[in-house]
Design a protein around this ligand. Structure first.
Ligand SMILES: [Zn+2]
Length: 421
């Protein structure tokens, strides 16, 4: 199928047309009769969004999400590439498992699913996994992470950073000092003291970030910090980048909007790892994203069944779904506040994550000859989030009932219209 997208607003604010044929953009200025015409008057086009941090739960936890349902959720949110975190069962720590996930993504056919390989075997934190075999596999893994767990042993972290240098890989660290966060339930501060919940201090995150940027400098390797949540963490990344250290960082949409105030009603939908922090942290994260200290927005989409969320706070699982609300939250927090324009949105949600993950067919400018991975969003329209209407198999969104700006109307993946009509 070929398409002609008319009256599209590009990230740079200009308007024009995009013609799509045989999987590629073949920009034209005049109508071709064989194209299906889609009028995008008033709508914004972006390069297809790329998520560097997605939990798809397959294999092992298919009651919460599968590669197929996660892919559908992704394209509804405007993503044309997602990255499957390794904490499945079995863990994605061998070439066999990452190839299985890669093929499940291809079979679903809605977007690219790039598996992330575990840094250590079974996420045990002690023995390096088959990093080289995963890199050489059909999935060509370039991002490695024990996400959900921190690679705590500094010698293992050093060895992992050294190893991935050989093929231009990157280690994505879940920065959580385990002894300082044992049994922690929420951000450590005034509210945790009021509620009597075990606190999770900012220093537990910042101490690992500080250690690891120094290890990245020492090894001259690429480090990526997952889900930054504290003002102090932003400062450390800023310092590291000024020193020339090869570090990149992400922030989640929920940490750009929500604070630990939401925990006061003990609703476990707000229980997340790392936890919701203070207003001052939210503002520092927004400033860091706007000035590029934080490179990308990543969803940390973490589906959980209702059984593991509809229970007492202490028993509930950590995590929130996020693929279908991410772009809207970024528009609300960053664009409507005037902190970012759509060129920056395209960078933080597509160009930069594709560059970090080495996803060559994504994050490309909307130009002739580029793969037609395109997201169309009505930035003026609003919608009310309804968890029961979402495509994810899990319903644990913290934004149920929120009115949000920005409706994704079309998603094109390799020239195929995978969402919208
Ligand atoms: Zn994590």
């Amino acid at each position: 199928m070929s398409y002609l997208l008319r009256n599209a607003t590009f990230p740079n604010g200009k308007t024009g047309e995009i013609a799509i044929q045989d999987g590629l953009i073949v920009a034209v200025s005049s109508l071709e009769p064989s194209h299906k015409v889609i009028d995008l008057a008033g709508k914004q086009v972006l390069p297809g969004l790329v998520d560097l941090h997605t939990h798809l739960r397959e294999p092992g936890f298919e009651e919460s999400e599968t590669v197929a349902t996660g892919s559908l959720s992704a394209v509804r949110g405007g993503f044309t590439a997602i990255s499957a975190m390794a904490n499945t069962s079995p863990v994605a720590d061998t070439a066999g498992v990452v190839e299985q996930i890669f093929r499940l993504g291809q079979a679903a056919g809605l977007c690219d699913v790039f598996p992330i390989g575990a840094v250590t075997q079974g996420l045990n934190g002690q023995t390096l996994s088959e990093i080289g075999a995963m890199a050489d596999s059909a999935a060509q893994v370039r991002v490695f992470s024990d996400d959900g767990k921190c690679v705590f042993d500094p010698l293992i972290m050093r060895r992992a950073l050294e190893y991935v240098k050989k093929f231009d890989g990157v280690i994505a660290q879940h920065a959580q000092e385990p002894t300082l966060t044992k049994d922690s339930q929420m951000n450590e501060g005034v509210i945790s003291a009021q509620l009597g919940l075990k606190g999770w201090p900012a220093v537990a995150e910042e101490a690992i970030i500080a250690r690891d940027v120094l290890l990245a400098e020492h090894t001259d390797s690429r480090l990526h910090i997952c889900h930054l949540t504290t003002a102090g963490g932003v400062e450390i990344i800023r310092w590291a980048k000024a020193r020339g250290i090869k570090v990149t960082a992400e922030v989640t949409p929920h940490h750009l909007l929500l604070t630990d105030d939401y925990v006061k009603n003990y609703d476990p939908v707000y229980k997340v790892n790392p936890p919701l922090r203070r207003e001052i942290d939210v503002l520092a994260l927004r400033a860091g994203l706007a000035d590029g200290t934080i490179d990308i927005v990543a969803t940390d989409h973490a589906p959980h069944s209702s059984e593991s969320k509809d229970c007492e706070w202490a028993e509930a699982s950590f995590g929130m779904v996020g693929l279908e609300t991410a772009l809207s939250i970024v528009i609300k927090t960053m664009v409507q506040s005037g902190a970012m324009d759509y060129e920056s949105v395209a960078d933080r949600l597509s160009v930069a994550p594709a560059r970090i993950g080495r996803y060559e067919n994504h994050g490309q400018p909307l130009e002739i000859g580029k793969p037609a991975n395109i997201t169309v969003v009505d930035t003026v329209a609003k919608w009310i989030v309804d968890r029961d209407l979402m495509s994810s198999r899990s319903k644990n969104t913290p934004f149920h009932g929120f009115e949000l700006p920005g409706v994704v109307t079309h998603t094109f993946f390799n020239g195929k219209l995978v969402y919208g009509e």
